[in-house]
Design a protein around this ligand. Sequence first.
Ligand code: NI
Length: 388
Amino acid sequence: MKIKELSNKYKQYVIDMRREFHMYPELSWQEIRTSKRIKEELESMGISYESVGDTGIVATVKGGKEGKTVALRADIDALEVQQLNKVPYRSNHEGVMHACGHDGHAAMLLGAAKILNEIKGEIKGVVKFFFQPAEEVAQGAKKMIEEGVMEGVNGIFGLHLWVDIPCGTVSIQEGPRMASADLFKIIVKGKGGHGSMPHQGIDTVLAASAIVMDLQSIVSREVSPLESVVVSVGSLHSGTRFNVIASEAVMEGTTRCFNPEIRKSLSPMMERIVKNTASSYRATATLDYTYMTPAVINDPISSAIGEKSVEKLLGKEGLVRFKEIMGAEDYSFFLEKAPGALAFIGAGNKKGEYNYPHHHGRFDIDEDALQIGTALYAQYAVDFLDQG
Ligand code: NI
């Protein structure tokens, strides 16, 4: 099949769509225009679709032959970032920007829909296209799954444009690729009093400070040094006045890790430290731990299929290995429902003109990456379904 040629044919289409999405970025759950434009494009291709989770869309292309079902996923939301670079396709929405590449994801999935629709007679099975809202708040995937999009899906494939990898290369190796991200809140309770007579009160500033320090011993003393874990306290609020003993402290933070077993053990470890440290200062404390996003772990078989797909499109030199990322992706919820993989599509600018990190106001991609991602979506779908 001629996927590479077709991706070339639709190269400009995908670039144009990406630039359009870039000009009209929309925040999580507010992807109204984006969603409307995707539907219009699908209609013009003659592809049927359904709306899910308000601004989400699932489109379906049935192949000419019977077979399994594969889903291709793109997230479509933007971020509260003020655009700082002066590109012709600059954001028209003040303070909102596609600073993570999701504009490209949506455009590439539309390009892949064009390709797969064109060759559907040769396709052995069904391809579903998931246009997912609200990835940046880690809610969209969950919502789509609740609405039943993964029913009957045998495999899932997603990708992320990634500027830390040079354009022209792709990473889709097996194993952990992105970390889990959970949230915690700690409330320390003591007793107020006069700052000059601390013994009459129970100082929560002191107890909370000790808890922050002791929590770091989880990573350094309780988890194997060969495993990656982050425990970060991001905010600590306590006290009202310089000479008043604070009676309450509230902290919030996040944990990150790749190993699901370690993930499960973090909350009990923290609970023990939080309670015991508080009590050693005569205070009491509670831990409220919220599980948010699991780690993205690529299934070995799906990764192997994807690596072959990359080789078909770019040759062996197109495949690179890339260290896992401590950031999180709610794509992991789809991976809990069906085997699959997440590919990182190198989008680093070859000329090095605007190499800024994801979520930066000057973030941009090398648009040559768009053709690669488009082709890989389509190639993966075909290769997965050909396996039978
Ligand atoms: Ni992203």
